[in-house]
Design a protein around this ligand. Structure first.
Ligand code: SAM
Length: 249
């Protein structure tokens, strides 16, 4: 975000207050086809990225988890099984359409007892201080207007000893990967989006927003500024995606 109150929406500069509305349009538009598009676009590899993040979470029975920007519940569903009936998982998202899909899916999978659903903005989390053992935000932070405010809010609601995992697209570090990845992102993704959801623009936004997102060291520094300690990151698929983990002590 710059000093004049504009921010990026993909490659466009828009007024700060406009970004949330435009992001909302994207996710209202893609919600019904979100899961199938994830499998198609990543050739199913998003499941491995998420599995890796879940391994790093080190979750135990009875713990309290916030899956922020949780969408259709890929992570929340796994956590609900892992924390058991004494634990609690909150699937939270700003977007009513994504949350509706998430809720339907979790109920269809027989997961409801220890799951709660909350429509929230990551920038102003409506939870008590020191509340969660684990917070995850998967492919969500990129879409948030004020990422620093969101990280501070996550820090506040995390318990001392708790950890935050940010799973997000990042900067490819493997030599030779970038040109192929760029070609795929800017040609194939919007075309797939158009064929499957009738909406090429949302998938163009996806490709552009990935390029505008802070790279690995920048996000690490942002997490440290928000208060997180022992922040480390792990590159996946040559840095196409990275998982950042930080602790509150
Ligand atoms: N975490 C899920 C996954 O990995 O499949 C969904 C990721 S989806 C790409 C991004 C999600 O971020 C959308 O559901 C969107 O509504 C949500 N989101 C965007 N801005 C947000 C905000 N400010 N606060 C909370 N959620 C937000």
């Amino acid at each position: 975000m710059d000093k004049q109150g504009t921010t990026d929406f993909g490659y466009q500069q828009v007024k700060r207050e406009e970004k949330a509305r435009k992001v909302a349009e994207v996710f209202h538009s893609v919600a019904d086809r979100y899961d199938v598009m994830n499998d198609l676009m990543s050739f199913g590899v998003h499941r491995l990225w998420k599995r890796y993040a879940i391994e790093l979470a080190g979750i135990r029975k009875g713990q309290r988890v916030l899956d922020l920007a949780g969408g259709t519940g890929d992570l929340a569903g796994r956590f609900a099984r892992m924390v058991g009936p004494e634990g609690e998982v909150v699937l939270a998202d700003i977007n009513a359409s994504m949350l509706r899909r998430g809720r339907e899916r979790m109920l269809n999978e027989g997961l409801a007892g220890n799951l709660r659903f909350a429509q929230v903005n990551a920038e102003h989390l409506p939870f008590p201080d020191n509340h969660f053992d684990l917070i995850t935000i998967a492919f969500g932070l990129r879409n948030v207007t004020d990422k620093d405010a969101a990280l501070r809010s996550m820090y506040r609601v995390l318990k001392p000893g708790g950890r935050l995992l940010v799973l997000e697209f990042s900067k490819p570090v493997l030599p030779g990967l970038k040109p192929v990845y760029d070609l795929y992102s800017f040609s194939a993704l919007p075309l797939m989006g158009k064929l499957v959801t009738g909406d090429a623009d949302s998938y163009r936004y996806l490709a552009e927003s990935i390029r505008m997102h802070p790279d690995q060291p920048t996000l690490k520094a942002m997490m440290e500024t928000a208060g997180f300690e022992r922040v480390e990151y792990y590159n996946l698929s040559g840095g196409i995606v990275a998982v950042h983990r930080g602790y509150k002590f």
